[in-house]
Structures are given as C-alpha cells and as structure tokens.
Design a protein around this ligand. Structure first.
Ligand code: ZN
Length: 200
C-alpha cells in the first residue's frame, strides 16, 4: 500500500515528533514505504509527519549533480554521496557548520506546485541513528544539507513557509491559502486530501 502524503491544512504537519526508540522490522518497513511514496511523488526527502506519524524519522535520496558537487563525511570518513543514498535518519539533530547562508528555491511534497526561496546554512553536521539504532555523525553540504535541514524542520513541526522572508511568502500566499482551504474542505467531506495532478 502506498502511503498518503499529508497536505498543508492537516494539523499533524505542525506536530513535533517524539523520539524513535524501537529499531525493529517495523521501522525498516516504514523507511521502505516512505522511500517508495517519496519516489512516486518525485521528491528527494520525506518526513514522518508527512505520512501522518509524529515521530523523529525521515528519509532522503538526493541525486548527485555534476555541476553542484556535494561533500559527505560520515563518521570522519569522506564518502561518495551516492554510496550513502537513500538515507534514513532517526532522531536527527542538525548543527550548522561555519558557512554562508544561501537562498535556494525549495518545494515540499505537502505543498504541491508551490515553491519559494529559503535561506539556510551551506554546511551542516547532523547526528542521527540508522535503522539498527547505531549512532552516526554526518557532515555535508549542498543540496543534501539543504534537504536534511528541510526534513528535520518537519520533525519539529516547522514548515518551509515558516522560514520564508515576508516578501517571498507574500508571492505565494494566495496559493498556500487555497491549498489549505482545499485540504480542510476535503477533510470536512470525509475525503482524503490527495496531491493534485502535476501541472506541466
Ligand atoms: Zn517538506
């Protein structure tokens, strides 16, 4: 069964996640199902809140781009990002590393077709546990660092629109409001809000 991705207007997206403490088959299955749902929706990251569970767990699968190389140092060892992906992170904690903040146009699977620029640090360190509960430290930059920060925000109930500057948000405010109204109307009718078809 494919997991349904929660849409903006569903209250769980604002909920802080509780810690993951069982590293069992169920968690591995959840990671698999989340990666599948993310893939089908053409995403590069998905947080547990987005599939209706308020726990500190997310998955990412960030492709390498020849023009924008990424650096990954896992537990002190330089590693090719492609070897790390897809990556499931339980109980991640993000620490910005000394670097410039930069703007990048982000999207979110809970906000179909809505995008906006968000400023975030270029390099981060993230402490997390893998599916077996082993603790790791990952230092990364580029799109991977951006994606992890976006997902970890979700785990704290924080959305990318909360991070936008006022003038950026003003440009998409109408679409965001309409999306929320659509979602709430669906829920009222007892229907499940689905991602609207992709507009090309
Ligand atoms: Zn998102």
């Amino acid at each position: 069964m494919t997991l349904r991705i929660m849409q903006y207007g569903e209250s769980i997206l604002h909920k802080k996640g509780t810690s993951v403490d069982a590293f069992d088959k169920e968690l591995s299955k959840l990671a698999e199902d989340m990666l599948l749902a993310m893939d089908q929706a053409d995403g590069i990251g998905l947080a547990a809140q987005q599939i209706g569970q308020a726990i500190r767990f997310c998955v990412v699968d960030v492709p390498e781009h020849p023009e924008y190389p990424m650096t990954c140092i896992l537990d002190g060892r330089l590693l090719s990002p492609s070897l790390l992906m897809p990556l499931a992170l339980a109980n991640p904690e993000v620490f910005p590393l000394p670097s410039d903040q930069y703007y990048y146009e982000e999207g979110c699977l809970s906000f179909p077709q809505i995008r906006g620029e968000v400023a975030r640090p270029e390099r981060i360190s993230v402490n997390y546990q893998d599916l077996d509960g082993n603790a790791h430290q990952l230092e990364c930059d580029g799109l991977l660092a951006r994606c992890i920060q976006h997902e970890v925000d979700h785990l704290n109930g924080v959305l990318f629109i909360d991070r936008m500057e006022k003038k950026t948000f003003a440009e998409i405010k109408k679409e965001v409001k309409e999306l929320k109204q659509r979602t709430i109307a669906c829920l009222k009718e007892g229907k499940l809000p689905e991602i609207s078809p992709r507009e090309e």
